[in-house]
Design a protein. Sequence first.
Length: 187
Amino acid sequence: MKNRLISLIFFIIISFASALNGQQAVKSATEVILSGYSVRMFAPGTVSDSDIELILKCGIKAPSARNLQPWWFTVVKDQALLKELMPNITEGNILIIISGREDARWAEYDCGLATQNMYIAAQSLGLGAHIYAGPVESINTSKKEVLGIPSGYRAIMVLRIGHIDKNVDAVSAASPRKSIQETVNFK
Ligand SMILES: Cc1cc2nc3c(=O)[nH]c(=O)nc-3n(C[C@H](O)[C@H](O)[C@H](O)COP(=O)(O)O)c2cc1C
């Protein structure tokens, strides 16, 4: 009886410790921003619909000039389209194309803020993300219709989201930045 009780207590302690270990530590917004980087090596794996919805909500929450919200988000999951837009795509990656209203004065700026919100949101969910301007020209020239981008909008940025390759060391993957001394003045 005593042995059984000891085994039970031991089992509870081990279960509790492994549950804690499995939990993803919650990072503050500043920690997410300062530890973030553009993922260049993704691991295969599906991005869940609930994560995609939360990321989109964070994009839509971005501020915009006169609150015009001059954006349109196209979530691409179709394998053939993904390969066409990004030949080196990893299985399970999604792309979000951020398009802006052509008649809105600050559309590029507003869409940039929405893109950055979603980039940070993806990272805060433990996913990897990368912003691309590269595919935009070809989207606007020949792929708007097949992608369902509404008329009066043009693609401004593409955000790739997927699972992080855990073998990549986040510190060495990060690109260096200029220092405060090189970029700031105080008056
Ligand atoms: C507006 C914008 C356009 C970008 N376009 C591309 C692109 O076409 N291809 C690419 O590989 N990375 C692109 N990037 C990612 C940058 O190269 C990357 O953010 C920068 O080198 C800093 O690296 P880090 O984000 O890993 O710190 C773009 C980033 C921004 C903000």
